[in-house]
Write a protein that binds this ligand. Structure first.
Ligand code: COA
Length: 205
């Protein structure tokens, strides 16, 4: 069972909320979504840190908050970022969409998570979650799995799958895709024709 976490003061809560607002402020729809999502995540963290007590009925408040929070997160961003993940100041979420962070993961200060990022457990050893240092950027669609540590000042490229620890000041680049040149279509359909509509791949046949 998870140990009792360190409490969070109201001052710490408001400081986290202020940094989130400061880093994500703007007038686009996604900025607004990020700020609402982060506000809810910080509230969950506050409840988790102050109410989670193993074998104590107070813990029910945490479970209820997580339940309602997961519905809110699904509605606003189809994301799952639970309050029992440790997240430092100023998390930047430019497009807060489909971001999955496992419980008990650690994310340092001033990190950036783009859309479709997963910070996940390895199902074969599901007790240890990834730990990210400060100023880590996870590009869109990147996946960080298992009992690993990503150092500080690291960039993980779009689409990279990280299964091993990464030192400070590193860049993790996904493999280059193979480009097959000179691959002409033999019998392409006319765009918008009946054949195209019935068989979308016919544009390239
Ligand atoms: C990781 C990232 C930041 C790198 O950007 P960059 O520095 O402009 O990338 P470059 O293509 O110049 O590559 C940097 C170096 O890595 C090398 N490199 C790139 N991909 C490589 C690969 N797959 N294998 C080996 N080397 C590679 C390049 O050759 C280059 O080396 P060089 O300077 O010696 O020529 C960028 O690719 C990325 O993924 N950003 C995420 C952005 C994102 O998710 N945005 C979401 C917006 S909604």
């Amino acid at each position: 069972m998870t140990e009792r976490p360190k409490g969070m003061s109201l001052k710490e809560f408001f400081s986290l909320v202020w940094w989130d607002w400061h880093i994500n402020r703007g007038i686009t729809f996604d900025r607004l979504r990020s700020m609402l999502l982060l506000l809810e995540i910080r509230w969950e963290q506050f409840i988790y840190r102050n109410c989670y007590r193993p074998r104590n009925p107070l813990t029910l408040i945490w479970y209820l908050t997580r339940f309602l929070g997961s519905i809110f997160q699904w509605v606003i961003a189809t994301s799952i970022i639970p309050g029992d993940a440790e997240i430092g100041r100023g998390l930047r979420l430019p497009h807060p969409q489909n971001i999955i962070v496992t419980r008990l993961a650690k994310i340092g200060d001033f990190c950036t998570l783009y859309q479709n990022v997963s910070i996940a457990l390895n199902g074969f050893n599901p007790t240890k979650a990834p730990r990210l240092g400060d100023r880590v950027m996870l590009g869109t669609g990147s996946i960080v799995i298992g009992d690993i540590t990503i150092g500080s000042d690291v960039i993980v490229s779009a689409g990279a799958v990280v299964l091993r620890s990464v030192p400070d000041h590193a860049r993790v680049i996904s493999p280059r895709p193979t480009v097959i040149t000179d691959y002409p279509s033999r019998d392409p359909a006319e765009p918008g024709s009946k054949r195209h509509i019935e068989d979308p791949y016919s544009l390239w046949r």
